[in-house]
Design a protein around this ligand. Structure first.
Ligand code: AMP
Ligand code: MN
Ligand code: MN
Ligand code: MN
Length: 294
């Protein structure tokens, strides 16, 4: 069984529609895929409608969290998406993403970069009215802005757009609302789901900085289920370090591609999770079940 527990679709900052992500996952030889768009499960039903026989889809999402200044991304799986408090937080996060993206576009325009709000919305697949209510089901993120920056000729490619303009602390960067990481783990547990720390060697607030081990330990106490030790951004030493941490804390060791389609170079299945680690991760989850077609 080949299992990939982290992938994005065009519902957030991936480039392929959810059904195409599933099709590509099966073509890559995967048996299980978690669709983990940023801050939304809006792509799950479209993905579920296209499952090849025997293929399993794990509903999930990725949450960018903070705790005492440290950035940590959490993958949440198999929660009840209707849980009122969790649903309200997700709505607040998505709404703030719109306001933040608008503010970033204004900053870039002030800096002389000819990006338009309409074009960023088109790249993100959201209505250009810009009103929060117009956001629909797609989630806007910095990669959409990066693509508009490249189109405007202010960077050669998306990585350069991050380096020059919209990386943390860059001239076009604006922070967004984020859940406290401990609260996020507790909230996902309360909704019947389970969390794993995504790419722990790459916390967000400190460029290339790892998530502090003291925070990982606190998250473990709060009910964290796993650590994504195997991620394409981790070198062998980092993967071994985080595998050891997961074992010591009695957490599941996961591995995943964090595929974003063209944005990352198609890479579904480039890292995988062992079946026994997957079983261990999802064992406590009761919010919903993995989806399997005939
Ligand atoms: P946001 O969630 O809107 O802050 O955007 C973060 C997303 O941008 C991540 O999920 C990645 O997909 C992407 N990203 C972050 N840093 C970089 C980078 N240096 N180069 C390319 N993409 C990046
Ligand atoms: Mn992303
Ligand atoms: Mn991430
Ligand atoms: Mn991701």
């Amino acid at each position: 069984m080949r299992i990939d527990l982290h992938a994005h679709s065009s519902v957030s900052d991936g480039t392929e529609p959810p059904a195409e992500v599933v099709r590509r996952a099966a073509a890559a030889g995967l048996d299980v895929l978690a669709l983990t768009d940023h801050d939304t499960v809006a792509g799950i039903s479209a993905a579920a409608a296209e499952l090849p026989p025997g293929f399993t889809l794990v509903p999930g999402l990725e949450l960018s969290c903070l705790h005492e200044g440290a950035g940590v991304h959490l993958l949440a799986y198999l929660f009840d998406a209707e849980h009122p408090e969790l649903a309200a937080e997700l709505r607040r996060i998505r709404d703030d993403r719109i306001l933040r993206a608008r503010a970033m576009v204004e900053r870039l325009q002030t800096a002389g970069v000819e990006v338009s709000w309409e074009r960023v919305c088109a790249l993100a697949g959201v209505a250009a009215a810009g009103a929060v209510e117009a956001a629909g089901t797609s989630v806007i993120g910095r990669p959409h802005i990066a693509r508009a920056i490249v189109e405007a000729g202010a960077a050669a490619d998306v990585p350069e757009a991050f380096d020059r303009w919209i990386g943390v602390g860059g001239p076009g960067y604006v922070a967004r609302y984020a859940l406290d990481a401990l609260r996020a783990v507790e909230l996902v547990r309360a909704a019947g789901g389970v969390c794993a720390v995504a790419h722990p060697a790459r916390g967000e607030s400190t460029p290339d900085g790892a998530v502090p081990m003291s925070l990982i330990e606190q998250l473990a106490d709060a009910g964290l289920g796993g650590i994504e030790a195997d991620h394409p951004s981790h070198d062998d030493e980092e993967a071994a370090y985080w595998r050891g941490a997961a074992k010591r804390l009695e957490l599941a060791v996961t591995g995943s591609s964090d595929d974003h389609g063209e944005l990352t170079g198609h890479r579904l299945g480039c890292r995988t999770t062992a079946p026994e680690e997957y079983a261990r991760l999802i064992e406590p989850a009761t919010g919903c079940a993995p989806l399997t077609a005939g």
